[in-house]
Design a protein around this ligand. Structure first.
Ligand code: ATP
Ligand code: MN
Length: 462
């Protein structure tokens, strides 16, 4: 028999078809009239298909009436018009139980579990409505990212995951080593890295940007999209130790072009999600956060507010809101400041640009005022910073000066400096955190609930 997804058989076009549907039982209800209703979900969509199993099926008493939540089934039957809310239902010719699920121990019972509890069952939570929907929307976002860049002539490059350079200069990197920690060679004055696998201290990357710049200054427009790692010990609802980042990098591109690209990308992702996942998006808007669609509309309607860092500080200083962290020119914005700007002051996305050079990494281009760099952050309601980017410093001497200021050894970055020696060009790029994007689109308040297996301080189960 022809296999069909639940998504397919829920469509009225399938009425009259003979199909085989395979999935997991959500509920079973027995009717006095001598048949049972089985709600089956296969993860292809939020909704279930209702299966009607008649008492004259051979295994009705022995198996069908014993089905419980979590059992896997393979059902052959005919798609018929339904009298219920859904347009269709299946009248089963056979119900084959593929795998039983002990109702005494299966954790996902009818009652709603907290997201905290479900994190302990990360191996089963994708079988819930919420986590199925998150997985589908996350997939849609990834597809939009690739579509957007590919349609725009960007080349997808794979930057390394293991690296010897610290892009952000923040030192929050995980070490990669084959040395035995108990028996470190040359331990007295320091470690002898010539015994280590890569002959030097090595880390998991915090960003693919530096290597993406190499390809941008040869191939024009590129993007990298992969996992990044930060050993920052921040237990917040927006930080993971392992997260995914998409990083476009463009040659012959200034900060304005960079901001335009970021704005177009965000608009594309959210409009695709609404179009591709309407049922899931209705669920998020109704059940997870009532402001989901409203804030998405703020992204789609009109242009993002663009405000210099200096103007933003002035806005924050004149607001009568009480902030936990005081703010003044020269300090970095905290989440509460970002949220004030996007939620209260401007009620929509805001792009901040031209930050003080002292709080930004060495590679950002120094502006004519010498005090600021051509950086930009995109802030959105509920999430705060979702994108961080900049125009890169393309002038060799200025870049060397900035590296010296930040105590970076130019020998370690010889190849990065070569890009400025040989045919240097103005270029720009940014990093969009995939999980923050999923948080924004779904309204999920904790970042641990938008990645299948979150890695945070003290957590690496599954
Ligand atoms: P924040 O100030 O929020 O910690 P950041 O300024 O350190 O972020 P960038 O280095 O600018 O972040 O990274 C680019 C983007 O990657 C951010 O705008 C954000 O969307 C995402 N991002 C950064 N750190 C994390 C993290 N620990 N977990 C998840 N996403 C992150
Ligand atoms: Mn940033």
């Amino acid at each position: 028999m022809q296999k069909a997804t639940v998504t397919a058989v829920r469509s009225a076009e399938m009425i009259g078809e003979q199909v085989c549907v395979q999935g997991w039982v959500r509920t079973r209800r027995d009717s006095k009239g001598g048949f049972s209703f089985i709600e089956v979900n296969d993860g292809t969509c939020m909704g279930n298909i209702q299966v009607i199993a008649d008492a004259d099926l051979a295994n009705y008493e022995s198996e069908i009436t014993k089905l419980t939540a979590g059992c896997s089934v393979s059902i052959d039957g005919e798609v018929k018009q339904s009298g219920g809310k859904q347009p269709t239902e299946i009248h089963a010719q056979s119900v084959n139980v593929v795998g039983w699920s002990d109702p005494e121990t299966f954790p996902l019972q009818k009652k709603r579990h907290s997201f905290e509890k479900l994190r302990e069952w990360a191996h089963l939570r994708p079988r819930t409505n919420t986590f199925g929907a998150v997985a589908r929307v996350r997939n849609s976002i990834c597809l939009s990212i690739h579509d957007f860049f590919q349609e725009d002539g960007f080349l997808y490059v794979h930057t390394p995951i293991i690296t010897a350079s610290d892009c952000e200069g923040a030192g929050e990197m995980f070490r990669v080593t084959t040395l035995e920690l108990e028996k470190l060679p040359g331990a007295k004055g320091g470690i002898d890295y010539s015994f280590d696998f890569f002959d030097r201290p090595s880390y998991l990357t915090v960003s693919g940007q530096l290597e993406a710049e190499i390809y941008a200054t040869a191939l024009g427009k590129v993007y990298t999209f992969g996992p990044t790692f930060r050993a920052e010990n921040s237990n917040t609802s927006r930080h993971l130790a392992e997260f995914w980042m998409v990083e476009p990098e463009m040659a012959f591109c200034d900060l304005q072009d960079n901001m335009d690209l970021a704005e177009r990308l965000l608009k594309r992702i959210v409009s695709d999600a609404l179009q591709r996942c309407p049922e899931d998006m209705d669920f998020f808007d109704q059940r997870i956060d009532k402001t989901v669609k409203e804030t998405i509309d703020q992204v789609l309607d009109g242009e993002f507010v663009r405000l210099s860092y200096t103007e933003a500080i002035a806005e924050l200083e004149k607001s009568d809101k009480e902030f936990e962290f005081p703010i003044s020119w020269g300090t970095d914005l905290q989440s509460e400041h970002e949220r004030y700007l996007t939620e209260d002051r401007f009620a929509g996305p805001v792009i901040l640009y031209d930050y003080p050079r002292t709080i930004k990494p060495f590679y950002m281009r120094v502006n004519d005022d010498e005090k600021t760099v051509a950086a930009m952050d995109v802030l959105v309601p509920r999430v705060g910073e979702i994108i961080g980017g900049s125009q890169r410093e393309e002038r060799l001497e200025v870049l060397e000066g900035r590296m010296a200021d930040q105590q970076l050894q130019s020998e370690d970055y010889w190849w990065y400096l070569d890009l400025r020696r040989y045919g240097t060009v103005p270029h720009s790029g940014f990093g969009l955190g995939l999980e923050r994007m999923v948080q924004f689109v779904t309204g999920m308040s904790n970042i641990r609930d938008v990645i299948p297996f979150p890695r945070t301080p003290g957590n690496a189960e599954f």
